[in-house]
Design a protein around this ligand. Structure first.
Ligand code: SF4
Length: 522
């Protein structure tokens, strides 16, 4: 039996979250656990807490005791969506959870995940990190009526439900209907998807054939955990086992784990999002076996090598300082300072108590938002030649406001150093960057960007140096937003303008020809 217990009473109009200071929006976080004898609801709560940076619009979990699936979700942060009163009744031994940053579908309670679907006597719950790029095509193929589904994730749930019903009708009730339904549906999906799913007795993790979004497996004393990032394993006391391979599906049940490969081998082509290393992932995460924090420090070192601060031969007595844009720029600034020998210091304080959801999406609000979020330490700034290190610039509005703030605080010179190349192309695989027209560097030279931002000099880390800092082969990354080379073609009939409004797409050398990218997903 499967029932649905949505927490529909509380659906506050949470502001649509926007990326913090000039960053792309995160991509959602997923968590799954199969652990008899543990309080899986509390473990899921903790896991989602560790993944909060990946989505702040809504949080939810589905818990099963082997008989009934109960779903609880709400708008806002994990700490808002759940408290002891809500967690205590969620008894069971398997669960999946989700934190959402919407890139398709409205930011409302109905689109919060996990998504539940009943299929005969069974039920499934699904959490999705990523974006499909053939949603419209899939919906048309499946004959889904307009308005029936509200996001790409919802469509996947719909397709799985249909496939489950077909499987159930075949009267082969061996409890593996979800697994077989996934084998039918997954090969039809294109784009970015790390899924956690469950029926009443299995937890399943799936990573798309390109592995755009991370997903890892951990071991508890008496169970298993799936999570977008390794810190979510740490927080629940699970030992890291491994990252799921691109194109891998892991099924967890009472007999342990099984690794399956539901995609044709020719589709498997690892392309982890390079921006997971640059910005999205937590610094204490491990990706491709590398610690993200260390990689970010190396980015700073290589940036110092590539774009040093030239000596001021006229006023050599003027002090220099390397400072980060907190908090994302800190590791790269540390690396820059270490390599250059210029003292490291802090020139901006971040207000840690303003949630990301505070910042409204409009340009004007973003400008105000930077002042709410960052405040200068005047004594550290006044009269100095500042090397200001940040990891990326997307729209530029808030970076410009930050530069103006440093000038007002008395900075003598501002030399902006960015530990990634210019962000010129919209992301179609689950990051909210807006359309190409919104990207500051889309059609500007570095000099023009510098002039717009108002800094004295500007340098971006070159792509080969950025990849070198990860200590991973370049072929293992998606770099579409930096190069325009989209590893997975996007259906031309997808929703126009939502993520990739530009028709100009450079084909990935040796990869699939890229079409005009358009629609992001959930
Ligand atoms: S386009 Fe950029 S942000 Fe999107 S998946 Fe590729 S590297 Fe990541």
């Amino acid at each position: 039996m499967a029932t649905y217990c949505g927490n529909a009473v509380s659906a506050p109009a949470v502001p649509v979250s926007s990326a913090p200071v000039d960053k792309p929006g995160e991509a959602c976080g997923v968590f799954g656990v199969y652990a008899p004898g543990h309080s899986v609801a509390h473990l899921t709560f903790l896991g989602l807490y560790a993944l909060q940076h990946r989505g702040q619009e809504s949080a939810g979990m589905a818990v099963s005791d082997g008989d009934t699936i109960t779903v609880v979700k709400d708008m806002g942060l994990v700490s808002h969506a759940f408290d002891e009163r809500k967690l205590a009744p969620l008894q069971g031994h398997l669960a999946v959870g989700h934190v959402r940053y919407s890139t398709t579908g409205a930011s409302n309670w109905g689109n919060a995940q996990p998504i539940y679907r009943g299929a005969g006597d069974a039920g499934i719950a699904l959490g999705h990190n990523g974006n499909l790029v053939n949603t419209a095509e899939l919906a048309a193929e499946a004959g889904v009526l307009p308005g029936t589904v509200t996001s790409d994730s919802d469509l996947v749930a719909e397709l799985l439900q249909e496939a489950m019903v077909v499987e159930a009708a075949r009267a082969r009730s061996d409890g593996r209907e979800l697994e077989r339904a996934l084998y039918q549906v997954l090969p039809r999906l294109r784009g970015a998807f790390s899924f956690v799913l469950m029926d009443d007795s299995h937890v399943v993790g799936v990573r798309d054939p390109n592995g755009f979004r991370p997903l890892c497996l951990g071991r508890l004393d008496n169970g298993w955990v799936l999570a977008s990032e390794t810190p979510a394993l740490d927080i629940v006391g699970a030992h890291f086992i491994r990252e799921l391979d691109p194109g891998e599906m892991v099924v967890i049940d009472a007999s342990g784990t099984r690794s399956l490969r539901p995609f044709p081998p020719e589709r498997v082509d690892p392309k982890l999002c390079l921006f997971e290393f640059v910005y999205f992932a937590r610094p204490d995460s491990r990706l491709y076996g590398q610690t993200v924090h260390s990689a970010r420090q190396r980015m700073g070192e290589l940036l110092a090598d590539q774009a040093p601060l030239l000596a001021d031969i006229f006023r050599p007595e003027r002090p220099s300082m390397v400072m980060p844009v907190p908090e994302s720029g800190i590791p790269a600034a540390e690396g820059y300072a270490r390599h250059s020998g210029i003292p490291f210091g802090h020139g901006l304080v971040k207000n840690r108590y303003i949630g990301r959801t505070f910042i409204a999406p409009g340009q004007e609000q973003r400008s105000q938002g930077v002042r709410m979020k960052l405040n200068p330490i005047r004594e550290n700034i006044a009269g100095k030649r500042l090397v200001v290190v940040d990891d990326s610039i997307v729209r530029g509005t808030t970076t410009r406001a930050m530069v103006a703030m440093l000038r007002e605080a008395g900075a003598a010179e501002i030399h902006l150093r960015i530990s990634s190349p210019p962000y010129r192309w919209p992301c179609c695989y689950g990051m909210d960057t807006g359309s190409r027209a919104e990207l500051l560097a889309a059609d500007l030279t570095v000099t023009e960007v510098r002039d717009y931002l108002g800094c004295d000099t500007l340098a971006y880390l070159e792509l080969d140096r950025l990849v070198a800092a990860t200590e991973v082969a370049a072929s293992g990354f998606c770099t579409a937003c930096l190069t325009g080379r989209y590893p997975v073609a996007v259906s031309p009939d997808e929703e126009p303008g939502s993520c990739c409004s530009s028709p100009v797409v450079v084909p990935e050398p040796g990869g699939q020809p890229a079409g005009a990218p358009t629609l992001p997903g959930g």
